[in-house]
Design a protein around this ligand. Structure first.
Ligand code: PHE
Length: 358
C-alpha cells in the first residue's frame, strides 16, 4: 500500500516548486485528476473492510483536501507573481522626453488667426461666426450693395445654382455678412470679431480662391473713428511685437461704410527682411470705416441712436508679412516640407504675456 505520508510529502514539495501555472495544472491532473495518484488511492477504499475503511477513509480524504488546498494557495501566489512581472516589464518612465514622432505643426494661418483673436479678445471683443455658404442678401444687399450695384463685380463671386424662387446662395466674398448676422441677432452695444474663410474667383502669387479674413464690428451710441484708430494701432503693435507703429489712414470707398478708409502701416523694405514700425515704406493691411446708416437700418439698428465702426483684414496676408512667407499658393498645397518649415509647434500656443510667437 502506498505510504500516504510520503506521497503527501512528495506532492507538497513538487507543488511548492511549480514554476508557472501550466506546470501546476499538470501536477493537479497527476494528483487529483481521474487517474491521479490521490484519486487512485481513494478508489482503493471500496475494496476495504468497514473497519479498515474507518481508519483509511479520513486519512486519504484528508490527504486529498490538503493537496487541493496547497495547489490553490500556490496558484494564487503564481498569479500575483505573473502580474508583478508584467507590470515591471510594461513599466513606462513618464519623465523621459516624448519620442521624435510628433510631426504635426500648426499652420501659419491658424497661428495668425489665434494671435489676432487673442489680441482683440483682450481688448474686449467676442468672437462671432457665420457660414461659408451665404445668402446674396447678407453678403451684398444688406451691406448696401443692391442687385445692380457696380461694386458687386469687384468681388469675383462664386455663385450656387439659383433656387426655385430665383435667389442664389454664394460663397461669402468677405466676412462682412457676419456684421449683418450679428446686428440682426444682438442688441447694441456690439463688440465682435469674425475670423473665417472667404472666397473669390482669383488666383496668383498673392491671391487664392479661398482665403481668410477677420472682421471687426463695434456698435454703440458714442463710438467714433478715434476708437477705430486706437483699436487698429493696439492690434498692430501687439501683432508685430513692436513698441510703436506708424499708421496711415487713407480715404477710400466701401458701399457699407461712410466714411471709408484704407489702413497702411509703416515699414522698411530696404533690407533683406521687412521691418515694421520704422522706415519709409507703407503696406496696406485693412479696409475700415464707420458703418453706413443704410446698413444699420437694413440690419434693424436705429441710425438715429446708434453708430459704429467696422474693419476687415486678410489673415493670410498678415501671416505672409509677419513670418516672411513670399508666396500665398503653397499655403494651401499641404506640402509637408513647407508645413514643417513654416508651421508652429502645437505647444507654442500664443499668449498675451508669454509672447505671441516664439
Ligand atoms: N469687407 C471688405 C473687403 O473684403 C473689408 C472691410 C470690412 C471694409 C469692414 C470696411 C469695413 O474688402
Amino acid at each position: 500500500m502506498t505510504d500516504i505520508a510520503s506521497l503527501e510529502r512528495e506532492l507538497t514539495e513538487r507543488i511548492a516548486a511549480a514554476g508557472d501555472e501550466p506546470a501546476l495544472e499538470s501536477l493537479r491532473v497527476a494528483a487529483l485528476g481521474k487517474k491521479g495518484s490521490v484519486s487512485e488511492l481513494l478508489k482503493t477504499l471500496g475494496g476495504l473492510s468497514p473497519d479498515e475503511r474507518k481508519i483509511q477513509g479520513p486519512l486519504i480524504n484528508g490527504l486529498r483536501d490538503r493537496v487541493a488546498e496547497a495547489i490553490a494557495t500556490r496558484k494564487t501566489a503564481l498569479e500575483a507573481g505573473a502580474l508583478d512581472a508584467r507590470l515591471a516589464q510594461e513599466r513606462v518612465d513618464v519623465t523621459l522626453p516624448a519620442p521624435e514622432i510628433v510631426r504635426g505643426t500648426i499652420h501659419p494661418v491658424s497661428q495668425v488667426q489665434s494671435e489676432v483673436t487673442l489680441i482683440l479678445a483682450d481688448l474686449g471683443f467676442a468672437v462671432a461666426e457665420g457660414p461659408d455658404v451665404e445668402s446674396d442678401d447678407y453678403n451684398f444687399t444688406r451691406l448696401n450693395m443692391p442687385a445692380d450695384h457696380p461694386a458687386r463685380q469687384m468681388h469675383d463671386t462664386f455663385y450656387m445654382k439659383p433656387q426655385a424662387d430665383g435667389t442664389r446662395s454664394l460663397l461669402r466674398t468677405h466676412t462682412s455678412p457676419v456684421q449683418v448676422r450679428t446686428m440682426l441677432s444682438q442688441k447694441p452695444p456690439i463688440r465682435i470679431i469674425a475670423p473665417g474663410r472667404t472666397y473669390r474667383c482669383d488666383s496668383d502669387a498673392t491671391h487664392s480662391p479661398m482665403f481668410h479674413q477677420v472682421e471687426g464690428l463695434v456698435i454703440d451710441e458714442h463710438t467714433h473713428l478715434g476708437y477705430l484708430k486706437w483699436v487698429l494701432e493696439e492690434l498692430c503693435k501687439a501683432f508685430f511685437e513692436v513698441p510703436n507703429v506708424g499708421m496711415r489712414f487713407r480715404p477710400s470707398h466701401f458701399p457699407f461704410t461712410e466714411p471709408s478708409l484704407e489702413v497702411d502701416i509703416q515699414c522698411d523694405r530696404s533690407g533683406a527682411q521687412i521691418k515694421f514700425g520704422e522706415g519709409k515704406d507703407w503696406l496696406e493691411i485693412a479696409g475700415a470705416g464707420m458703418v453706413h446708416p443704410r446698413v444699420l437700418e437694413m440690419c434693424g439698428v436705429d441710425p438715429e441712436i446708434y453708430q459704429g465702426f467696422a474693419f476687415g483684414m486678410g489673415i493670410d496676408r498678415l501671416a505672409m508679412l509677419k513670418y516672411g512667407i513670399p508666396d500665398l499658393r503653397p499655403f494651401f498645397d499641404s506640402d509637408v516640407r513647407w508645413l514643417r518649415h513654416y508651421g508652429f509647434g502645437a505647444f507654442d500656443a500664443p499668449s498675451i504675456d508669454g509672447g505671441l510667437s516664439r
